[in-house]
Design a protein. Structure first.
Length: 377
């Protein structure tokens, strides 16, 4: 992902092996989907479509799960789903999950973009010099089966490789797009009825009925950064009656116990939901007085997910593979950088610490919190 010369600051989430091991060994994606699913009964979409914005699609698991749930509740309503993702590999993984969605719910339009949070909801770059270089492609999928859609989506890979190039922000070390890009997909046999739903260049989508902001920032970012550059533009994009659900880690779990056995003073989670909501309210209440901010009840705002292990793996001697999976999950959630991880793994203390915590708790789990911003009808 680096197209610059010289050293580049390491970013934890660029480490694909840790990310992929985490998402395949832990149930966070499923738990997030369940939490978002609890909000769907509160949606009241208006024509011409139900509009969803996913502020970081990742591998597409959450998006696909939410679309399945939406189809169950709104089986005949057209959907417009806009997903932001800077990672080329994650865009590919997201696209791999879409053929089944187009097959089950033909009235679906999906737009994927690499733009910033302040730009992506509107599918329009805000920086003047970026506007002329906007890449935009509509893909009308022919056929009627998921297999046919899959073949046509696979043909987009060369385009993605060209359009999703990144450069390094010299100030933050974060990857940013070289050229803002949008790919819009829908079924050609439903293009007539979806004409008013399909976004066009220069004609941004309306506000969103549902905004998903699941782990959209690094835990160690300051409150001001998280609110000003992520949560504020997302909350501003809500339609009347729309809801934004934000989800982040809390560190109040056995996973953090593992971390503190190796790094006793580690405190990666210093911006709990109420603090973020207070700052967000102060920034939005003048210009967006119809926004409602707050934490849901304890039972719905706090949820947990676990490492997938067989009962006998923790009841008996914990094997090395389970220890490594648990360790990887703990350092991934706490966002420990590779240099510190490598140093810790030069000795065996990290495996002993992991085994002790997993054995004592009979497994390993993590606790997330969610908070909701709603726009009054």
């Amino acid at each position: 992902m680096n197209d610059t010369t010289g050293a580049r600051p390491f970013r934890f989430f660029d480490n694909r092996e840790k990310y992929l091991l985490f998402v395949t060994t832990c149930g966070e994606k499923w738990a997030i989907g369940e939490r978002i699913g609890a909000e769907l009964s509160k949606l009241s979409p208006a024509p011409p479509s139900l509009r969803v914005f996913d502020a970081g699609t990742g591998d597409g698991t959450v998006m696909a799960g939410v679309l399945r749930r939406l189809h169950g509740r709104f089986p005949t309503v057209p959907f417009l789903v806009v997903g932001k993702e800077i990672s080329l590999e994650d865009v590919r993984l997201t696209l791999d999950k879409l053929p089944d969605r187009f097959s089950e719910h033909p009235q679906t339009v999906v737009a994927l973009t690499n733009m910033h949070y302040r730009e992506a909801p509107w599918l329009s770059p805000t920086e003047g010099e970026a506007r002329p270089s906007l890449n935009w492609r509509e893909v009308a999928l022919d056929g009627h089966t998921a297999h046919e859609f899959d073949r046509q989506i696979a043909d987009l890979r060369p385009v993605l490789a060209d359009w999703w190039k990144v450069r390094t922000n010299p100030r933050t070390g974060n990857p940013v797009y070289v050229e803002p890009s949008v790919i819009v997909l829908y079924r050609s046999d439903h293009s007539f009825m979806l004409d008013s739903v399909i976004p066009k260049p220069g004609a941004p989508p309306g506000g969103y009925d549902l905004v998903i902001a699941a782990q959209p920032y690094r835990a160690r970012h300051a409150v001001d950064f998280k609110v000003r550059f992520v949560l504020e533009p997302l909350a501003a994009s809500l339609a009347k009656g729309g809801r934004m659900i934000a989800i982040q880690s809390t560190g109040q779990d056995p996973g953090m116990e593992i971390i503190r056995k190796i790094w006793p003073s580690e405190e990666p989670f210093q911006t709990p939901g109420p603090v973020l909501m207070q700052e967000l309210r102060s920034r939005l209440e003048a210009d967006y007085p119809e926004r409602e901010f707050g934490i849901d009840s304890e039972s719905s705002s706090i949820f947990r997910y676990s490492l997938h292990v067989m009962p006998n793996e923790v009841a008996e001697n914990i094997g090395t593979s389970t220890r490594l999976a648990a360790w990887n999950a703990a350092v991934y959630v706490a966002q420990i950088d590779d240099e510190r991880i490598t140093h810790a793994m030069s000795e065996s203390a990290y495996l002993d610490a992991t085994a002790e915590v997993v054995t004592r708790h009979g497994g390993l789990w993590f606790v997330d919190e969610s908070f909701v911003v709603a726009r009054r009808k």
